[in-house]
Design a protein around this ligand. Structure first.
Ligand code: PLP
Length: 399
């Protein structure tokens, strides 16, 4: 998919518009598969991008699915994933939601002592489960996306192993998997190896253990200075560690990963229109027809997205601050060099496939954008743009 095709889609479907290129998802999946060969499976963390067509495509590629809500599980089943290829990794939900997922027959990952106890008392060993461990490794690009640190709400602390053991012994729970997910955007592959070593230490306490789930944290480059997680290096280190461990234990394990961003980030382009060029005393603003209601990562995570002018790719570069049209400070980028932007030009945000549309809202009573899938050389509308009636759909008028 080239820029002129993006421009064509902006014309055909209007802006703001999310476009996903399936070929990029396949490329990323191949990189993972080639890098991490030995006894490894991938479960796409669909909270990154959950359009049903993307789910169907990823199912065809042969990945499983990692879900964090019962509705994601339901979507996964609807998209054709086999229940045994779905892992449900929720946090802070009640037993009823876990039971709803059990009815679908998916793998269940329990992330706190209270639910573990309730589950054990009711189901004992009749439905094997995963346990989510918090290894207390601080990792990830940003405190908000780091989940393994000491103050994190996620998982059961490795310092509570004795408590877990007691519950397992007294209830007969069977643990078939251990899980950890220490954060997002981990540059240093040693963090994974460190996590794996922690799992090895715990493994002997779980006789039914088959799966070691390392979560995700695979990084993709958002700017030219950044680099992706070296999956080939990771693969080498991980397979060496696990081979040694399997020999010691005289038992083999399946290694699971849950890439979200790594699979879909680069596939996505977010297209907007420059509404106004606003020159103030200090800055030249480009005000676009979007805001953090459509792409919140820059404001929420201080994330960087490359922004380019598709309509004037040969224009002189100038310095702009790109802002949205929301009544809030919604700055997408400060002091960016962009080819001269004129009103009505189409700009593209690169790497917008993950946590883009998925985190969008109707703030300011603005409408959510449309989504298009670029598949085998053709654009397909996969979500219609919101219309005014969508804003009122679930409101009950009582006055
Ligand atoms: C969000 C999440 C992922 C995916 O993280 P990425 O950084 O998008 O790869 C994987 N596993 C769990 C449990 C998650 O919550």
């Amino acid at each position: 998919m080239i820029d002129s095709e993006l421009l064509m889609m902006a014309k055909e479907f209007g802006t703001p518009l999310y476009v996903y290129n399936t070929e990029s998802i396949q490329t990323q999946f191949q990189k993972l598969k080639q890098g991490l060969k030995k006894n490894t499976r991938f479960f796409y963390a669909c909270k990154a991008l959950s359009n049903i067509n993307i789910l169907k495509y990823i199912n065809k590629l042969g990945a499983g699915l990692d879900c964090v809500s019962i509705n994601e599980v339901h979507l996964g089943i609807k998209a054709g994933f086999e229940p045994q290829n779905i892992l449900f990794t929720p946090n802070c939900i009640d037993l009823a939601e876990i039971e709803a997922a059990m009815a679908f027959g998916v793998h269940i990952n329990i992330d706190n002592i209270s639910i573990l106890e309730q589950f054990g008392n009711k189901y004992a060993g009749s439905y094997p489960i995963f346990i989510r461990i918090n290894p207390h490794i601080f990792a990830g690009g940003n405190y908000k996306i780091s989940t393994g640190h000491i103050d994190s709400k996620f998982g059961i602390s490795i310092h509570q192993m004795r408590h877990i053991e007691r519950i397992i012994k007294s209830t007969g729970i069977r643990v078939e998997g251990l899980h950890m997910h220490t954060g997002s955007e981990i540059k240093d592959v040693e963090v994974f190896v460190q996590g794996l070593e922690i799992m090895f230490e715990l493994a002997s306490q779980f006789p039914d253990l088959k799966y070691l789930d390392m979560g995700s944290g695979f990084k993709v480059p958002y700017s030219d200075e950044e680099i992706a997680t070296d999956v080939a290096l990771l693969g080498k280190k991980v397979s060496k560690a696990i081979e040694t461990f399997e020999k010691e234990q005289n038992k083999s394990f399946e290694l699971w990963f849950e890439p979200g961003k790594y699979l879909v980030s680069e596939s996505g382009s977010f297209l907007v229109k420059a509404n106004v060029i606003k020159q103030t005393t200090a800055t030249v603003f480009v005000g676009v027809n979007s805001g953090f209601n459509h792409l919140i990562r820059p404001m929420f995570y201080d994330a960087y997205h490359k922004i380019e002018n598709l309509s004037n790719p040969k224009g002189n570069q100038r310095i702009y601050t790109v802002v949205g049209n929301i009544c809030e400070t919604d700055t997408f980028a400060w002091d960016r060099k962009i080819n001269e932007v004129r009103e009505n030009d189409i700009l593209v945000f690169r790497n917008a496939g993950a946590y883009g549309f998925e985190m969008s809202s109707n703030f300011n009573s603005r409408l959510k954008p449309a989504e298009v899938m670029w598949h085998e050389g053709k654009p397909h509308l996969i979500r219609k743009r919101d219309v005014f009636e969508d804003l009122l759909r679930n409101q009950v008028e009582v006055l």
